[in-house]
Design a protein around this ligand. Sequence first.
Ligand SMILES: Cc1cc2nc3c(=O)[nH]c(=O)nc-3n(C[C@H](O)[C@H](O)[C@H](O)COP(=O)(O)OP(=O)(O)OC[C@H]3O[C@@H](n4cnc5c(N)ncnc54)[C@H](O)[C@@H]3O)c2cc1C
Length: 407
Amino acid sequence: MYDVAVVGAGLIGSACAKYLRGKKLSVALVGPTEEQGALGSCYDEGRIYRIADPDKVWADLAEASIQRYKAIEDAAGEAFFEEVGCLIVGDPSLDWIHRIRRTLAAFGTEGKDFFALDGKAAIEAEFSFLRLPAAQWLGLWQPKRAGHLSPRRLAQLQAELCTRSGADVFHTQLEGVQRTPGGWSLRLADSQIEARKVLLAAGAMTSWLWERPLDVKHQTSQAILYEVSAESRHKLEKMPVMIINGPADPQERWYILPPIQYPDGRCYLKMGYDGDALNKILQTQEEVTSWLRAKEINPELLLVAGEAKSSLFPSVKFTGRESRIVCITDQTKPNEQGQRRPYVDFLHAGLGVATGGNGWAAKSSDHIGWLASEMMSSDSGWATDAETLRRFPKALFQAQYKTNSAL
Ligand SMILES: Cc1cc2nc3c(=O)[nH]c(=O)nc-3n(C[C@H](O)[C@H](O)[C@H](O)COP(=O)(O)OP(=O)(O)OC[C@H]3O[C@@H](n4cnc5c(N)ncnc54)[C@H](O)[C@@H]3O)c2cc1C
């Protein structure tokens, strides 16, 4: 019998399993590989990492993780992130950009660690490849502790560190979990294992692994990759990751990553759409699975993204080769201030959950995994050090349910 079985070998699950092994517990990590058809949000090459966030809790989760990136690389012997900096551009009449400015001020000094660029001309002077639409803009530029990471590689490296430290990895699906007198029995696609405790960390699929449904909304998420021509690549050499929140629709954001090499060997600039208008909410596991497998992007989004790309980067030549990324975000219930946080909590004695990345957790997955490992291993059910209790009190991560039905 294992001390803990972690279900989901994605970003949060593999980080958690690594930390549990560090505490000398016997650990099983359960989840298929990408080649075996795993459905997760980590099977891509580019995710933005930044502490620039309107929500200080997400910024803290990111900061705690980012400071360990180098150690993960050193331990695994492979690189997974690139510090290219982050430029956030927003409409100054919206609170969003000012909240990010306050977060940045909590971590550093304006004019030294991050820079405010007031207006279109100031932003374009700093980033010559960029042309913003005519409007009021405020830019926040953070050159350090920000950039992009490969979520695919990070998940692989974390799982590799688990294996090296002696965890057993089962490359298969969990099909059901049941209470037993001594703990839990996990029915896997091709075998059965027993564990004293179980952590469900299966990303968007977590909602359907336990009988009491979590309050999680599953929203489609879409991005387009545009291949940059070889002669234009030098123009984007100093391109940071970018997030643009314009006056046209305050609910809509573009997140943009500089050209990154994809497994086909080509370099693509990624334009991701973050908004409600061109996305939809999926209700059932079948809907989520078929959306992920079909990989069909909203045609209107293709059009809008193409126009945005041409107007933001008019001097950059693209080859015309494109690729689409179709994904899911698992959105947790907003608290009274409207903030959505991950759920790191017990659903039942000995059955924990760490999920609800909300489309933002790749960068923060190491620390969310660490918090889950503390929850699963300590007598009190949470970390007890003063720093964690101050920055990450347990109440922030309490799971919310769709119904109040008792177990
Ligand atoms: C298009 C897109 C862009 C994003 N951009 C960013 C970004 O720029 N920056 C950022 O920080 N975050 C970003 N995110 C969010 C980030 O990728 C997710 O929050 C993160 O991957 C969540 O980690 P997770 O471990 O919860 O889930 P995942 O990484 O999705 O892992 C879940 C794992 O569980 C496995 N699983 C599912 N069901 C089972 C089962 N029954 N049995 C066993 N295993 C199972 C899956 O195969 C998968 O391996 C983005 C997400 C999307 C969709």
